[in-house]
Design a protein around this ligand. Structure first.
Ligand code: NAD
Length: 405
């Protein structure tokens, strides 16, 4: 398809809508499975708002990320109220906007565009979605010292959310050490020099991969395979075993938070992180156990870990950090939400850590975008319940009637 037929698709969509309908949608690549259309449309219906949420998938339309500008202009001219913007357009879109909210300007990334009097105004609801998810999903999380893994778009939003929420210090790690350093410097500029720094890299955690004997080899793009999640005798059972209760997006009340801690996997009870690390070292070789000394040291000192790399998605399975660095008194916030239960979520629950999955961020960023598009306050708790149904983490039968249609 050419750019002009992609633009025609947007116009045709608008032409089909009944007058008064709030026209919205999503522009991005590979967005077929996105849950934004049902989340927005169902919530609108519950509020009595006529709203259509369309997908404009760059892959299906056969146009590159740079098409976001003309597509946005077509949407504005066709009467769209606004559009969500996702990978790979969150930065590319900046040059096509007339105005940015202060937070979007600080982040230099936009995931929501609202048209007002012919002007395109960019917002970022990823950071506020994460912050609200953390506040409501892990309400007692200590924020003095946080390790952030991943300095891409999601990492930048999460870091902004953490520091805005009052985190004392965020240490940023990324396979791309330059990217981590850049993000940390930008954060230090905005929030104060003592509040963000880059880790010295993942070091041996990366180099050691695939070179420490047959058990250690996971030469996939830098992840620790899920089989590596064990950290001492019996921990495999813990990994596959019970998950923490009440975690994540299925909670019926977003203000109540995550219900409880996951169960401690057999073999972890009473063991400190040094024990676990030693156990890992025993099995995998000391080069692996001390993998990424700086990461290991930072995690030992941290209250919480936020994971914001694609590791754990179907295309990038495995753990982003050695399981031996997880411990019961750490909280772990995952950003990946497809799937909701990543290897990291499972491993963290298995050691008894408090866990927040990626669902709350996904729902709260959508709720905030909904408010910007419609001017109506969505019922975030209802959207969370709906999300739980859509992702199969709650059964239809157990939901109140308002999320069944
Ligand atoms: P991105 O490509 O912009 O950034 C990813 C970063 O992770 C890169 O800097 C890369 O170098 C780094 N990285 C990759 N593998 C790594 C590893 N093993 N160790 C250390 N660093 C590693 O991607 P993004 O837009 O930031 O998205 C990241 C993830 O966040 C995706 O899975 C995306 O779906 C998810 N996400 C979730 C939400 C939500 O609402 N829950 C919102 C946005 C993004």
């Amino acid at each position: 398809m050419t750019l002009s037929s992609a633009i025609d698709a947007i116009r045709a969509h608008a032409a089909r809508a009944t007058p008064g309908t709030v026209l919205t949608g999503l522009i991005g690549a590979g967005i077929g499975p996105s849950l934004s259309p049902p989340l927005h449309e169902t919530e609108a219906r519950r509020l009595g708002v006529e709203l259509v949420y369309a997908r404009f998938d760059l892959d299906e339309l056969g146009v590159p990320a740079t098409a976001v500008g003309p597509l946005l202009a077509a949407g504005r001219d066709a009467g769209f109220r606004g559009l969500n913007i996702t990978h790979p357009c969150k930065q590319v879109v900046l040059e096509h906007l007339d105005e940015l909210s202060p937070d979007a300007a600080a982040l230099a990334a936009v995931n929501t565009v609202v048209f007002e009097n012919g002007r395109a105004i960019g917002h970022n609801t990823d950071w506020s979605g994460f912050a609200r998810g953390l506040r409501t999903g892990l309400p007692e999380a200590e924020l003095e010292s946080v390790v952030l893994l991943g300095a891409g778009g999601a990492g930048a939003a999460v870091a902004h959310g953490l520091l805005t929420a009052g985190a004392g210090h965020v240490r940023v790690f990324d396979l791309d050490t330059g990217r981590a350093a850049e993000l940390a410097a930008a954060l230090a500029d905005r929030f104060g020099s003592g509040r963000a720094a880059a880790g010295a890299g993942l070091g041996a955690a990366v180099e050691g991969r695939g070179s420490a004997g047959s058990d250690a080899g996971t030469p996939v793009g830098g992840q620790f395979g899920s089989g590596r999640a064990s950290a001492g005798p019996g921990s495999e059972a813990g990994m596959g075993g019970r998950a923490g209760e009440g975690c994540g997006a299925a909670g019926s009340d977003p203000e109540k938070g995550v219900g409880g801690r996951g169960s401690v996997g057999p073999g972890f009870e009473g063991r400190g992180s040094a024990d676990i690390e030693a156990a890992v070292g025993g099995r995998l070789g000391t080069g692996r156990a001390s993998a990424g000394t700086d990461l290991a040291a930072a995690m030992r000192a941290a209250d919480g870990l936020v994971h914001a790399t694609p590791t754990g998605m179907a295309a990038h399975p495995g753990l982003p950090v050695p399981a031996g660095l997880l411990r019961p008194d750490l909280w772990v916030a995952e950003v990946v939400y497809r799937p909701l239960e990543t290897d990291l979520v499972r491993a963290a629950r298995a050691v008894g850590a408090r866990v927040l999955d990626g669902g709350r961020m996904a729902v709260f960023q959508a709720a905030e975008a909904f408010r910007l598009f419609t001017g109506s306050e969505p019922d975030a708790a209802r959207m969370l319940r709906h999300f739980a149904v859509l992702t199969g983490t709650a059964s239809l039968e157990r939901q109140p009637a308002d999320v069944l249609d």
